[in-house]
Design a protein around this ligand. Sequence first.
Ligand code: URA
Length: 434
Amino acid sequence: MFPQHIIAKKRDGHALTREEIGAFVRGATDGSWADYQLSALLMAIFLRGMTPEETAHYTEAMMRSGTVADLSAVPGIKVDKHSTGGVGDKLSIPLAPMVVACGVPVPMISGRGLGHSGGTLDKLESIPGFRTDLSLDAYRAQVARVGCALIGQTKDLAPSDKKLYALRDVTATVECIPLICGSILSKKLAEGIDALVLDVKFGRGAFMKTKADARQLAEALVRVGKAGGKKVRALLTAMEQPLGRTVGNALEVAESIACLRGEGPADVMEVTYALGAQMLILGGVAADVAEAEAKLQAVVADGQALEKFRQIIAAQGGDARVADEPEHLPQARIRVTLTAPADGHVTDVDAMGVALAALRLGAGRARAEDKIDPAVGVGSLVKIGERVTAGAPLGVIHANDEGAATEAKAMLAKAITVGERPGSTPRLIDEVIG
Ligand code: URA
């Protein structure tokens, strides 16, 4: 099977066979296809698309390009959650301990932030000592012992994705539903899970800008995940303004701890409970959303969720004191407050604008090799619809550099609009698919 024949077949709009897709993914994994051949086929797929069968074969080949973790020795239905990424999206951090405290094991392999969207691993690593680079054996043992491990991608899991994602990034072939589907699901299915809940975001701060595109992606993810033998559900959620009141790594961990105490911002609590409810239902410990939400609220109220978070932090070498004393998290040297120019209502908080301000402070990465500063970001953000008086805070810049603080404050000022009328607050949870 010559690469050029497979490329030509897709270029001319034909569906590839399982064997042809297997040859392509093997070529990416063992280096037997040149980068220009891989890139040519990626572009042909981008332009011609893939049928549902091709997408399922592609996902399976990617998953089998490395180790598939075996968690069958861990009792219970193992459920993970994946988000397509957003601004201030720290939901995995409060969600995982809550769900585990309700009796559902959560093996979670997460990514780092890239571009404007943050990554769970970077947030967790702001906890002093917290290690996310566990081996697959240590991951398995911790899921069995604590019910949860929050780790990063290992080199053994879906290695073809690492190669192909790097090529997609530089060949304008990222925004392609079959390729996104294969990339996300191959990594998730290799974790050893039984079920998956997806948070597919749409809006200015999301990867998918329109609801229609997000729905198409969600439907494809659910279909291919089910074809892989997993129970899968997807929530479509809005990402117009940042989630919660913080954007930045340690700031978001502190906000996540507040959520585990039941004191988090209303929007973060709402989406966390909605995702958690689907995880409990798929995990077989609740019959419906009402029962599931009641269980989640109970483990928050009686402290079991926070205790589970302490256990996870301690198991991964972190300083578990942060769960009770968030001042042990890294703190920025400089604080600058942006204030409201006049009395009025917050009519807009542009998620992308806030993300770019946080990026300027060093909270995220413009390129994969950039180092992040865990302490910096934007805190105490107002939400759309809130009433403010002249001089009241709209957000606080946490910085370690004076110049960056000044620039980020100007960027934040552009992202937040105060007007006379309250306007409408966007609905957060749009639809459940699957
Ligand atoms: N996230 C991934 O892991 N892969 C994609 O292709 C897009 C988003």
